[in-house]
Ligand binder design. Structure first.
Ligand code: DGT
Ligand code: CA
Ligand code: CA
Ligand code: ZN
Length: 573
């Protein structure tokens, strides 16, 4: 029995315990145990069978969890899991992923209708049977139906940050194989798409085939889907993300990289472009259509050049006009991560962050930033202990004091102020005026009609202290779509009012997305890229925000936090 299998049984049991509404402390201990075991370097089964080793010496494994693990190693399940599976079938676990239904509702549905699959739940809603249950109505049925269709679309997709971490780990692993020259991620992760279906990795060098062979022995590979000397596919990790690895001859590296980076539509257009000039393009090379003589194959640049095109950054390869731009030599000079000089959205313990003003400042300074804004929540977010007027004014004063000592970085006093349902700011304007940098964000009433939401945002843009709209669409990747509003009208007025649009770099938001960035830029809008950090570690997410900006064709001048500290201070004054 592998660690990953033990971990999966524990995590699944935690999900079932949630449906059974068991003690949240115990549920958490199962989840912590699952991740401790999944990442443990030694085989847990060997420890169980070892006369002198004990499981409880592993951090995160207490006595009762240790007993469960011993039972799993012995017979493939354990008592608590067996009991839960008698009550709730494993398909019920899937229902936990449907937005709008908590464990309590899932249990109620099971108790009344014995329904535990997504298909059967959909039928219940269509037959208007869900609304016969206590505290459930027609509105919820509609919401569940919408969530089901969203769930089906997002099923099997993963956050970019999750894929990027695995790419990083696997790249290091594959490079350890002797004779491996390069390891490169292609596909949607190279294009920086916000969600990833599967990972595509190319390996070159005389050791490439051996690296593929070694990959299938990786402890986190849970199922091998296909394996040969030039291509291997497997499911990886607890989440079972598919990883496709290809061994590529060095002489075909550029052709393979273009082919497997995609996207499909981009590839189709450049292939037909090749055909029009008597060439064929495939994963091995660009060659003469008659005779097959090789024209270019080793680098992407050579191939694009032979097609009469400039090299295009992977983030642009979405068939959204980049090919015409490359032909006419008017590709944007995309913003680079190193050009970002400050981070302007972060929280501290004053509201729902985990670190202090000092700790966030020091972490940002260590990253080489020239300035930051601390932007805790406002009072409407009572659960997050948001600031009222008095605390906001006191905070502005505290920051002025803080900046008197030279800390190697400038701190701006900020606030992430809630935008109320009617479009007014949560705090009074005279308090907001004390702060250096005010973000306005929607955190409530996100399901209102599009016209009302548009009016709400247009009104918010009139607030004299407002500098930036935070996470403008409210989307949560794989969970919640953007709220409905007239984005173009909003972006045009933001541009006119000198209010900037945030590109929120937190991996589950990545809000704005590429097409909206381009639409807003076309209307004259300016942007800031910020991490919305709640912990010093989150500051590292900046690169994902920059990736979104690049996918939105932004250049350095479009992004206000590429200004130096002096220029930036002037811009917000
Ligand atoms: P994903 O995985 O859904 O996030 O999106 P991609 O873009 O990574 O798509 P994927 O993994 O299916 O393929 C990666 C690229 O490789 C894709 O953009 C086009 C190319 N590609 C892969 N397999 C084939 C194939 O069988 N035929 C063609 N024409 N292209 C392929
Ligand atoms: Ca892929
Ligand atoms: Ca693939
Ligand atoms: Zn927010």
């Amino acid at each position: 029995m592998e660690n990953i299998e033990i971990a999966r049984l524990l995590a699944e049991t935690a999900d079932l315990m949630e449906i059974a509404e068991e003690d949240s402390f115990r549920i958490r201990s199962y989840r912590n145990g699952a991740s401790a075991i999944e990442g443990y370097p030694e085989r847990i089964a060997d420890i169980v069978n070892h006369p002198e080793k004990t499981l409880t010496s592993i951090p995160g494994i207490g006595k009762s969890l240790a007993r469960a693990v011993e039972e799993i190693v012995e017979r493939g399940s354990f008592e608590r899991r067996d009991q839960l599976l008698e009550k709730y079938p494993p398909t019920a676990l899937e229902l936990l992923r449907i937005q709008g239904l908590g464990p309590k509702s899932i249990r109620l549905i099971w108790d009344h209708f014995r329904v535990s699959t997504v298909d059967a739940l959909e039928q219940l809603c269509r037959d208007h049977k869900l609304q016969t249950l206590p505290r459930m109505g027609a509105k919820l049925e509609e919401k569940v139906l919408r969530s089901i269709s969203q769930y089906r679309q997002s099923k099997g997709r993963f956050l970019l940050s999750f894929g990027a971490q695995i790419v990083e780990d696997l790249t290091a692993f594959l490079k350890e194989t002797p004779g491996v020259e390069t390891v490169t991620a292609a596909g949607s992760s190279r294009r920086g798409k916000e969600t990833i279906g599967d990972l595509d990795i190319l390996v070159t060098g005389p050791g490439a085939a051996a690296a593929l062979e070694r990959f299938v022995t990786h402890p986190r590979v849970s199922e091998v889907l296909g394996s040969g000397p030039s291509k291997t596919s497997a499911l990886f990790g607890l989440e079972k993300i598919q990883v496709d690895i290809k061994a590529v001859p060095t002489g075909s590296y550029g052709a393979a990289l273009i082919y497997f980076t995609g996207n499909k539509e981009h590839n189709i257009v450049i292939r037909s472009r090749a055909q029009r000039i008597g060439l064929t393009l495939n994963e091995y090379d660009l060659a003469k259509a008659d005779g097959g003589q090789r024209v270019a194959s080793e680098t992407e640049e050579e191939i694009y050049q032979a097609l009469g095109l400039r090299w295009m950054a992977p983030e642009l390869r979405e068939n959204q006009g980049e090919i015409e731009a490359a032909e006419q030599d008017r590709l944007p000079v995309l913003i680079e991560p190193g050009e970002i000089r400050g981070d302007l959205h972060m929280h501290t313990r004053e509201s729902d962050g985990r670190a202090t003003l000092e700790e966030m400042t020091e972490a940002a300074r260590a990253l080489g930033y020239e300035y930051i804004a601390i932007t805790d929540h406002s009072k409407a977010l009572a659960m997050a202990n948001g600031l009222d007027e008095q605390r906001a004014v006191a905070f502005a004063k505290q920051v002025r004091q803080f900046n008197r000592e030279d800390r190697g970085i400038r701190v701006f006093s900020g606030l992430e102020c809630d935008i109320s349902r009617d479009g007014t700011m949560d705090l009074a304007e005279d308090a907001l005026a004390e702060l250096d940098y005010v973000i306005g964000s929607v955190h409530s009433y996100m399901n209102i009609e599009s016209a009302e939401m548009t009016d709400r945002l247009l009104r918010a843009l009139e607030s004299p202290s407002l500098q930036t709209i935070g996470h403008p669409t409210g989307r949560i990747l794989l969970h919640r779509e953007s709220f409905a509003f007239d984005f173009e009208k909003f972006a045009a007025k933001a541009a006119e009012s000198g209010v900037w649009l945030e590109i929120n770099a937190s991996p589950e938001r990545l809000d704005l997305h590429a097409s909206l960035i381009r639409a807003a830029k076309a209307r004259g809008a300016k942007f800031v890229i910020s991490t919305d950090s709640h912990h010093p570690r989150h500051l590292l997410n900046m690169r994902f925000g920059v990736t979104m900006a690049r996918r939105g064709w932004l250049e350095r001048a479009d992004v206000m936090n590429t200004l130096n500290a002096k220029q930036f201070a002037k811009a917000i004054a």
